[in-house]
Write a protein that binds this ligand. Structure first.
Ligand code: FAD
Length: 414
C-alpha cells in the first residue's frame, strides 16, 4: 500500500495517478494545502493569489476535464512595479526606459559595463553580473530581499530557476520600441470561484474512501515501514510525503544538516472594501520600497471583474521573525495602501489572513547538497518526498502535478 501524506495538489495528483492500493492522509479538515479558497461576505479569496500556467496540454486537459469553459477566465497578464510615484511595467530590467531620464541612463550604462559572464555562485552576485549595479540596486535586490526576508548573498544563483525573468542587452534594448509584455508568462488562467476549483477537479479523480482527513503523520519507523499517526499505526510499502522535507527527516529520525534549510514565511492579508477604488489596469503590483510593509499587492476585483475592491497583500517575514499583533499590522497595511495610492478612502468591510509557513524556501548550495543525499537515503527506505516543500524547491502547481504523475509512473514500472 502507498501511504500518501498530504492532500495538497501534489498528494492529490499522486493519488489520482495511482488509482488503487493507496491511502491518503491529510492533517487539515480541508483538502488543497496552500491552494485553498476562502469565501467571505461576497468576496472570493485564495490563501494567496494562485494563478495557473500550463506548459503541458495533457495536464491542462486533466485539470480542465471537470471544469466548464465559462468557469475559467483567461486573463492577459498586466503587472507593474510601484516605483516612487510612478508605475513601471514588470519586469523592471526590460522596462528601464520608463524610468526618469537620469536613472534610465544609469541603468543603461551599468548594463553595458556589467560582466554577464562573471563567475558567481550567489543570487545577488548573479543580479549584479547580469544586469549591472543600477538595475540590481533599484529593483532586483530590494524587491527580492523583501520577499525572501534574507540576504540574497545566501541564495544560490539559480534560486528562482526558470521563474526568474532573464533578459540580455539586445532583448532589453529591443523592448524600448517593441514592448512585448515580456515576462515569464503572457496570460494566466484563473477559476472565477477561486483556485479551490482546481483542487476539486483533481480530487474528483481520487477515491474518497481512500482519503482520511484530520489524520496527521507523527513519526515513522523506516526499518519496519510503520507510520504512526494521531489515529493509528499503518504499515506501508511506500510512503509518498508532501510535507516539508526537514519535518519529514525529523519524524523519520534521520540525521541531516538542519542549519542548511531556511525559508521565509508570508503573511497574506485578504481585504474587501465597500466600493471600487482608483481605476487600474494591473492584476498585481510589486512593491520594492522598504517604507511599505508589503512586497506585492494583487487585485482580485480586476482579475474576476468585481465592483468592489478586493485585494491580497503579501508581507514577507524571516522564518523566526514573529508576526506580531495582527490588528496593528492590518492598520499599518491600510495606511500604507492609502500612502501608495492603492486605496483612496474606501471602507474595509471584510478581511481575512493566513500565514504561509514555509512560503518560499531558500535555495542554497548547502541545502541542495544535503537534499540530494537525504532523498537518496529516503528512496532506499521506500520513502519519496515530493511537492514544493517535499522537494524543497521553487515551483508551480503544474510542476507539482507533473512531478506526482512522473513518480507514480516510475514506481508503477518497478
Ligand atoms: C505566496 C505564494 C503564492 C503562490 N502562487 C502561485 C501561483 O500563482 N501559481 C502557482 O502555480 N503556484 C503558486 N504557488 C505555489 C503553490 O502554492 C504550490 O506549488 C502548491 O500549493 C504546493 O502543493 P503541495 O501539495 O506540494 O504542498 P502543500 O500545498 O503544502 O500541501 C501539503 C499538504 O500536506 C499536509 N500535511 C503536512 N504535514 C502533514 C502531516 N504530518 N500529516 C498529514 N498531512 C500533512 C498539509 O496540511 C497540506 O495540505 C504559490 C506559493 C506561495 C507560497
Amino acid at each position: 500500500m502507498d501511504l500518501i501524506v498530504g492532500g495538497g495538489i501534489s498528494g492529490l495528483s499522486y493519488a489520482a495517478a495511482r488509482k488503487d492500493n493507496y491511502l491518503l492522509i491529510e492533517a487539515d479538515q480541508q483538502l488543497g494545502g496552500y491552494c485553498k479558497t476562502v469565501r467571505q461576505d461576497g468576496f472570493v479569496w485564495d490563501y494567496s493569489g494562485h494563478f495557473f500556467h500550463f506548459q503541458h496540454p495533457e495536464l491542462r486537459d486533466f485539470v480542465m476535464q471537470n471544469i466548464a469553459d465559462d468557469e475559467m477566465l483567461t486573463v492577459e497578464k498586466h503587472t507593474q512595479i510601484l516605483y516612487g510615484d510612478r508605475h513601471i511595467d514588470f519586469p523592471f530590467q526590460m522596462n528601464i526606459h520608463q524610468l526618469p531620464q537620469e536613472e534610465f541612463i544609469d541603468c543603461l550604462y551599468d548594463l553595458f559595463t556589467a560582466n554577464p559572464d562573471a563567475d558567481t555562485d550567489s543570487f545577488k552576485g548573479m543580479l549584479y553580473a547580469k544586469f549591472g549595479r543600477s538595475i540590481a540596486e533599484k529593483f532586483l535586490i530590494p524587491y527580492n530581499t523583501k520577499l525572501y526576508a534574507t540576504d540574497l548573498d545566501r541564495l544560490d544563483k539559480d534560486a528562482m530557476g526558470r521563474f526568474f525573468p532573464y533578459a540580455n542587452k539586445e532583448q532589453i534594448v529591443r523592448n524600448f520600441r517593441q514592448a512585448r509584455g515580456y515576462s515569464y508568462n503572457a496570460t494566466f488562467l484563473y477559476p472565477r470561484e477561486g483556485c479551490m476549483r482546481i483542487v476539486d477537479s483533481i480530487a474528483s479523480h481520487v477515491d474518497s474512501s481512500r482519503v482520511s482527513m484530520q489524520e496527521t503523520l507523527l513519526s515513522v519507523d523506516t526499518e519496519r515501514h510503520l507510520a504512526f499517526t494521531n489515529r493509528r499505526n499503518l504499515h506501508y510499502d511506500r510512503l509518498i510525503s508532501t510535507m516539508p522535507l526537514p519535518k519529514l527527516l525529523d519524524i523519520c529520525g534521520m540525521e541531516y544538516n538542519k542549519s542548511a534549510y531556511t525559508w521565509n514565511k508570508v503573511l497574506v492579508l485578504n481585504l474587501g472594501f465597500d466600493s471600487k477604488g482608483p481605476e487600474r489596469v494591473n492584476n498585481w503590483i510589486y512593491v520594492p520600497e522598504s517604507r511599505y510593509l508589503f512586497y506585492r499587492v494583487g487585485f482580485y476585483d480586476n482579475i474576476i471583474g468585481q465592483n468592489r475592491t478586493s485585494l491580497y497583500v503579501e508581507i514577507g517575514f524571516a522564518q523566526d521573525q514573529p508576526i506580531g499583533d495582527i490588528n496593528n499590522l492590518l492598520k499599518s497595511t491600510l495606511n500604507d495602501l492609502e500612502q501608495a495610492g492603492i486605496i483612496n478612502g474606501q471602507r474595509l468591510v471584510a478581511w481575512h489572513y493566513v500565514v504561509m509557513n514555509p512560503a518560499y524556501v531558500h535555495i542554497t548550495k548547502q541545502a541542495e547538497i544535503d537534499k540530494a543525499m537525504r532523498m537518496q537515503q529516503l528512496a532506499e527506505r521506500g520513502i519519496y518526498s515530493i511537492g514544493r516543500y517535499g522537494e524543497w524547491k521553487y515551483c508551480s502547481l503544474e510542476d507539482n502535478i507533473f512531478d506526482a504523475f512522473q513518480l507514480a509512473n516510475r514506481l508503477e514500472k518497478k
